[in-house]
Design a binder for this molecule. Sequence first.
Ligand SMILES: Nc1ncnc2c1ncn2[C@@H]1O[C@H](COP(=O)(O)OP(=O)(O)OP(=O)(O)O)[C@@H](O)[C@H]1O
Ligand SMILES: [Mg+2]
Length: 285
Amino acid sequence: MVTVHIKDIQYQYHDGTHALHNACLDIVKGELLAILGPNGSGKTTLLKHLNGLFKPISGEIVLDQKPLSHYSSREIFQKVGMVFQDPNDQLFAPTVWEDVAFGPMNLDLSKSEIIHRVDEALAIVNMGKYTGKTVDALSFGQKKRVCVAGVLAMRPEILVLDEPTCGLDPVGVTSLMTLLKELQDKYGITIIMATHNVDLVPLYMDRLAIMYQGSVLRAGTPEYVFSNIDEIRSACLELPQIAQLMQVLRDKDNIPMDSLPLTVGEAREFLVQKFHNQLTANLQR
Ligand SMILES: Nc1ncnc2c1ncn2[C@@H]1O[C@H](COP(=O)(O)OP(=O)(O)OP(=O)(O)O)[C@@H](O)[C@H]1O
Ligand SMILES: [Mg+2]
């Protein structure tokens, strides 16, 4: 079921930059969707439309069958949580606990419900030990986690993240992606994230959308989108590294493949099968 329907939206900044051109995208309820595109292709601009921060100059965004323009800001903030690319643009309260509590405090909840939500959100992102810590004294990755907690405490149905893995170490990337996958699986949250990390896509994402010069060129499963290599290159993107290797083996070394393996696991399975078939053929000779 489609939860967000982005219909032909256009957006222009005050200086005249036309950042979105007839962008169209359907977001499916409960999916983990990546938005990929080179610098300046309009990812951040598009994401900022999803929580009503930006309004399109034409076109429409429909959220659960109702135009976004018919929702109050309060309703949108409760339904759609947004994690900005730079945590320093998001965090402002003196301590971790106060920062995460800010959203729920504005929802007319009881004090005990606020305490419950904040503690729960901090526990989910594994930051429960840092409740009293000054926000300025956190590492970059810890700040990102606190931003996610701040949004989770609002119990959103849709979580929008702008390059959430940027600036994290490899373990941090894996743990953040595992966390997002858990939020999707356990709580059914729909997750949309802009990323430059193409290797993550076939590992974690249900679908991806490719943006180029303010438009969505294509959206679909990783297998579908990455099968069109010319389009990926013309959008100034690359295949995942493993897929690049497998593509060279297929196209330069003439190793036939039904479909291009995109992950280490898929490539391993293909190669083991290939060696196994080769070995069996040699033994039978
Ligand atoms: N505040 C602004 N004022 C004017 N133009 C802007 C503003 N912010 C972005 N733009 C322009 O809008 C276009 C889309 O920018 P956007 O930030 O959405 O791209 P992006 O895909 O998120 O890029 P990146 O990968 O670098 O984050 C770019 O041409 C950019 O220069
Ligand atoms: Mg951006």
